[in-house]
Every structure is written in structure tokens, then in C-alpha cells.
Design a protein around this ligand. Structure first.
Ligand code: FAD
Ligand code: PHB
Length: 393
């Protein structure tokens, strides 16, 4: 016999979107159950985002999960853009009237949110199988799964939130979905290294042999990315080749990338993707389940945070007085910000990467665009405003 359960919001996925949604709902007095098919250890170790917009930092802080972020996160006042062997600084604080960004890894946000939910008695089921969602057009949608010991659970919900990432099961449940998509003819090889970063802020470098990004996770751990072919295998990149390529793509007189043992290596495809609407009946998609951006603009996790704040506010209004206006406008409210981020991420990506079929005209136009960003205060401000993130409301 399956175990029958009842909750207000059934959440599929314990990534940043699902966990933050569960936490924000709890603060609003709304119950939820989070169902995740991976183990807790896997969720806490998956290497992804590192850069948070100021608005996301403020959201995590105001939701009471910012303590470790405030102690261990690193505030950055800007970024460097490098091209033709020269490095230029963009001062975001000056350009945006005091806004900034913070380096704090997605792994740490996930750990903080899991700890906060479990400490508050929240329900997160890890290592589930056969996760399924049904009856989303009824007023009792159902979330079912087998727990880690194989026992089947059937959860009757008011609403289901599909926070299950790009390869999840929820998006395909929306009939007549419209999809806008673009793939890019390159990927990123990302590494983590036990090496104190030799830069104080992130460096986005456009090089004739391909883009490179110098990021970090702490004062002792560097996170670096190289543009590679879309079908590149990690095996083709022994450590010495990675360091040589990084030194070349970041080269400036009298400076070098600091090297150290590489502890993680992976290849990520680049994609722009938007599915609309983000809602069907009582199923609401949030985060990567509905939209993907290439990581050059560092927007994915920040967008996921925005979606779940909109959804929380809409659900709180609905539960408190039966007003479904905000719920009905959920998709539209999210998609406006999603498309702003899509444009920004596409712009950063196309301005900084090398295209294999680029003509001489394309290359010179790309340099002219970078030159405009570093020499025109209004162009620099446009980049800075988008990078630090538009206000959350
Ligand atoms: P996910 O993190 O994908 O979480 C979805 C969860 O659902 C996963 O735990 C998955 O296991 C689970 N799931 C899937 N299917 C099922 C199922 N059937 N049943 C149950 N559970 C399921 N964003 C930024 O804002 N800043 C950055 O600096 C940044 N850098 C990035 C760098 C890289 C290399 C990459 C790849 C991404 C980066 N991003 C960045 C994007 C960011 O990592 C994602 O946007 C973010 O993970 C989205 O969170 P999510 O919760 O929506 O989805
Ligand atoms: C990261 O630190 O992983 C990171 C930072 C900025 C980006 C992408 C990734 O644009």
C-alpha cells in the first residue's frame, strides 16, 4: 500500500529553485514537500554557479539564510574585460550607484538551504525514484515517488512547483508549450583548483584562440573556464594543457594565473532556452526547468531566485484571501525578467567568444564592441546595470 500524504505545495527538485521556494513558503506559513531524485551529498557537491547579483544576496539575507554567505562570500565591485592583450576594469559601484556582486558558490547556498529546511522540520526526500506528477488541471494535483527504501508515497497537493531543472519531468506536462532556443557552437571546460586567485575580481578574456573566464570560490580556490569545442572530452585536457591554455588566454605583461592541484573538471554545453507559459493548471515551473542561459552573464541561479519569489508572493496572496490574480500573472511576471537576462547573456556570449566561421569583419566588429564598452561610460553602465541585476521587483 502506498503511503498517502497531504501538503500545500509539492516541489519537484532540491536545486536552488526548489529549496529556496520551500524556505520562502515556510516563512510565509505555507507547507511544502520537496522530492529529489539525487542524494543529498550529490546535490551539495554539484559544481555550478558562483556569482550572485546584489538582489539575490539581499533576498538570501532577508530570508535568514545569509549568515555564512556574509561571513565567507566575497564582494566584488566590478569585473575586468580583456581583449587584444589588454585588461580593462569596469567599476560597477561607480557605474550603478553603489551596486555590487558576490562570489558565493551554489554548493554553499544549497548546503545552507538544506540545513535551514531540515532544522525547521521541513520535508526533503532525497534519492527518490519513479517521481511523477499528475492531475495538474484538477484542484488536487498529485506528486508520487518511491523513497530511498523503495516505499511508494502519493502526495495530494494544492499546487505543484516544477523546480526540476532542464532535464526534469515537469516541463513536458505542459501542452502546447512554446520553446525559443539557441545552441552555441562551443562549450566551457570548467576547473576548480586549489590555488589562491591571482586576481581580485573576475576576468572575462576574449582571445583569438577562444574565451576564458577567471573566477574563484574563495581566497584559496580558483574557478576557471575555457571555451572549447561543443563535443570536447575532458580526457583531451590533461592538467598541463589546461594551465598552458589559461596562461596564454589571460596573458598580460608581468602577471600570470596562479596554478595548483585541479580538483574538478567538467564540460558544459552552452544554450539559450525559454519555455512559455511557465504555468499549466496548478503546475508552475521555476528556474532551469523553464529557462536556460549561457553562463557568460552569470544569470541562471539569479533568475531561479526571482521566479520563486514571484511564486511565493502569488501563493501567499492566494492562500491569504483567495486572490488568484498574481498566480495567473506568474508566467508573464517572470518572463519579462527572463528575456532581459536572455538578451544580456547572449550579448556577453557573442561579444566574448570566438566563432569558428567568423569573418575578418566579424572579428573587427567584436573588438569594436568591446572597445565601446570599455571606453563609453553609457555602454559600460548598460553592461554594469545588467550584470549586477535589475531590482527584484
Ligand atoms: P537545478 O540546479 O538543475 O536543480 C534541479 C534539481 O531537480 C536537481 O537537484 C535535480 O537532480 C532535480 N531533478 C531533476 N529531475 C528530477 C526528477 N525527475 N525528480 C526529482 N528531482 C529531479 N547562475 C548564476 O546565477 N551565476 C553563475 O555564476 C552561474 N554559473 C554557472 C556556471 C556553470 C558552469 C553552469 C553549468 C551554470 C551556472 N549558472 C550560474 C546557472 C545555475 O547553476 C543554474 O541556473 C541553477 O542551478 C538553476 O537552479 P534550479 O534549481 O532551477 O535547477
Ligand atoms: C562562476 O564563478 O562559476 C561563474 C562566474 C561568472 C560567470 C559564470 C560562472 O559568468
Amino acid at each position: 500500500m502506498p503511503v498517502a500524504l497531504r501538503t500545500q505545495v509539492g516541489i519537484v527538485g532540491a536545486g536552488p529553485a526548489g529549496l529556496l521556494l520551500s524556505h520562502l513558503l515556510a516563512l510565509a506559513g505555507i507547507e511544502s514537500v520537496v522530492v529529489e531524485n539525487r542524494s543529498r551529498a550529490y546535490c551539495e557537491a554539484r559544481q555550478r554557479a558562483g556569482l550572485l547579483e546584489a538582489g539575490t544576496v539581499e533576498l538570501l539575507r532577508s530570508a535568514g539564510v545569509g549568515k555564512r554567505m556574509d561571513a565567507e562570500g566575497i564582494e566584488h565591485d566590478g569585473i575586468y574585460l580583456q581583449f587584444l592583450g589588454e585588461r580593462h576594469h569596469l567599476d560597477f559601484r561607480a557605474l550603478t550607484g553603489g551596486r555590487w556582486v558576490t562570489i558565493y558558490a551554489q554548493t554553499e547556498i544549497v548546503k545552507d538551504l538544506i540545513a535551514a529546511r531540515l532544522a525547521a522540520g521541513g520535508a526533503i526526500e532525497f534519492s527518490c525514484s519513479d517521481v511523477a506528477v499528475s492531475d495538474v488541471t484538477s484542484d488536487r494535483p498529485v506528486l508520487s515517488y518511491a523513497d530511498s527504501s523503495g516505499e511508494t508515497h502519493v502526495v495530494s497537493c494544492d499546487v505543484i512547483a516544477g523546480c526540476d531543472g532542464f532535464h526534469g519531468i515537469c516541463r513536458p506536462l505542459i501542452p502546447g508549450l512554446s520553446v525559443s532556443e539557441r545552441t552555441y557552437p562551443y562549450a566551457w571546460l570548467g576547473i576548480l583548483a586549489d590555488a589562491a586567485p591571482s586576481t581580485d575580481e573576475l576576468i572575462y578574456s576574449r582571445h583569438a584562440d577562444g574565451f576564458a573566464l577567471y573566477s574563484m570560490r574563495s581566497h584559496d580556490v580558483s574557478r576557471l573556464y575555457l571555451q572549447v569545442a561543443p563535443d570536447e572530452s575532458v580526457e583531451a585536457w590533461p592538467d598541463e594543457r589546461i594551465w598552458a591554455e589559461l596562461q596564454k588566454r589571460f596573458a598580460v605583461e608581468g602577471w600570470s594565473v596562479s596554478e595548483g592541484p585541479i580538483t574538478d573538471k567538467s564540460v558544459t554545453a552552452m544554450r539559450s532556452f525559454v519555455a512559455a507559459p511557465m504555468q499549466h493548471g496548478r503546475l508552475f515551473l521555476a528556474g532551469d526547468a523553464a529557462h536556460i542561459v549561457p553562463p557568460t552573464g552569470a544569470k541562471g541561479l539569479n533568475l531561479a531566485a526571482f521566479d520563486v519569489t514571484v511564486l511565493t508572493d502569488a501563493l501567499a496572496a492566494w492562500y491569504s484571501g483567495g486572490d488568484a490574480t498574481l498566480l495567473a500573472g506568474y508566467s508573464q511576471a517572470c518572463l519579462r525578467r527572463v528575456w532581459r537576462a536572455q538578451h544580456f547573456s547572449w550579448w556577453m556570449t557573442s561579444m566574448l567568444h570566438r566563432f569558428s566561421d567568423a569573418s575578418d569583419f566579424d572579428l573587427r566588429r567584436q573588438i569594436a564592441e568591446l572597445d565601446m564598452v570599455v571606453s563609453s561610460p553609457s555602454a559600460a553602465k548598460l553592461l554594469a546595470d545588467n550584470y549586477v541585476g535589475l531590482p527584484l521587483t
